[in-house]
Write a protein that binds this ligand. Structure first.
Ligand code: GLN
Length: 295
């Protein structure tokens, strides 16, 4: 399988319902309840004016990052994944245009990278129903957008997952995986070695899920588990084309910048390497987490 990065051709902007602009510094609409404002590590000053809904804040070449349902799916700092994509794109001179889309809003079809986080069982079921009725995420994935989903979000991408009592709940069928409830909860640090096709260093993360996942023929395992549970069969996560899911929290892209760069490459083409000084924090975090688990 080849993964030559192909920047997606951008069709003229369709008439699309306005999307909630992501306002990282204090917009209640752009931040899940209870999440304190954070400083953008890339340096956008707190309180910087967000774009108005429906307006392009930046040029048409900006990479459109769509954070899907932060109000339902964002249990373990999943916003960190978005921040890392923004930062690592910006360091390469790629502009980004982030948007948070809550569950009562339509999912725009014109995003370049869609992000979904983890969630508890009931919000996960609600998210699956709403996303299925909306159709935007599936349409974007079909059109070649990059999708990155964590834990509950990963399960929702599949054909089905286990509900609160283990009942079958329909997923979106974007990824050929099927999840059910396992015997026991997988909780703790996870380490996994990525499919060599993808050229991404060893993954480090934290997992907390009851679900176990089996892959169909159209999906490949993202990685092989060294420590932890992952899908429950020795593999971890799955991908097909530019759709990739994982059980890793942490948040995954903060701990695994190589995975962030893979997603950016899928969306924007080959990336320039970063200066080692730009990687210090991520490298230290990785070393510390990996040393704590595998020594
Ligand atoms: N509710 C799902 C499970 O337990 C996902 C949990 C999560 O996103 N952390 O498997």
């Amino acid at each position: 399988m080849t993964h030559a990065p192909q920047p997606r051709h951008r069709a003229p902007e369709p008439a699309e319902p306005p999307t909630e602009p992501l306002a990282p510094q204090g917009d209640p609409g752009g931040r899940p309840p209870g999440v304190a404002p954070e400083r953008d590590p890339g340096g956008r000053p707190p309180g910087a004016a967000p774009s108005r809904p429906g307006r392009r804040r930046r040029g048409p070449s900006a990479l459109r990052l769509v954070w899907v349902y932060p109000d339902l799916l964002s249990t373990y700092g999943d916003r960190g994944n978005l921040l890392v994509l923004e930062r690592r794109a910006r360091l390469r001179g790629i502009e980004t245009e982030p948007a948070a889309v809550n569950a009562d809003q339509p999912v725009p079809r014109s995003g370049d990278i869609y992000l979904m986080g983890g969630g508890e069982d009931l919000p996960q079921i609600l998210a699956a129903r709403r996303l299925s009725a909306d159709g935007g995420l599936a349409a974007a994935a079909r059109a070649g957008a990059v999708v990155f989903a964590v834990c509950a979000g990963y399960q929702v991408l599949g054909t089905e997952f286990g509900g609160t009592e283990g009942e079958r709940v329909s997923g979106l069928g974007i990824l050929d995986i099927r999840s059910g409830r396992g015997e026991r909860r997988g909780v703790g640090e996870i380490v996994a070695d990525v499919d060599p096709e993808l050229g991404v260093p060893r993954l480090t993360g934290f997992e907390n899920h009851q679900g176990v996942t089996s892959l169909g023929r159209a999906a490949r395992p993202l990685a092989r588990v060294t420590v932890g549970v992952g899908n429950g069969d020795g593999t971890e996560g799955a991908y097909a084309g530019k759709v990739l899911g994982t059980y890793l929290h942490g948040p995954a892209l903060v701990r695994n910048p190589g995975l962030a760069d893979l997603l950016l490459t899928w969306a924007a083409g080959p990336l320039a390497p970063l200066a080692p000084a730009e990687e210090n924090w991520a490298r230290q975090l990785r070393e510390e987490r990996l040393a704590a688990v595998v020594g």
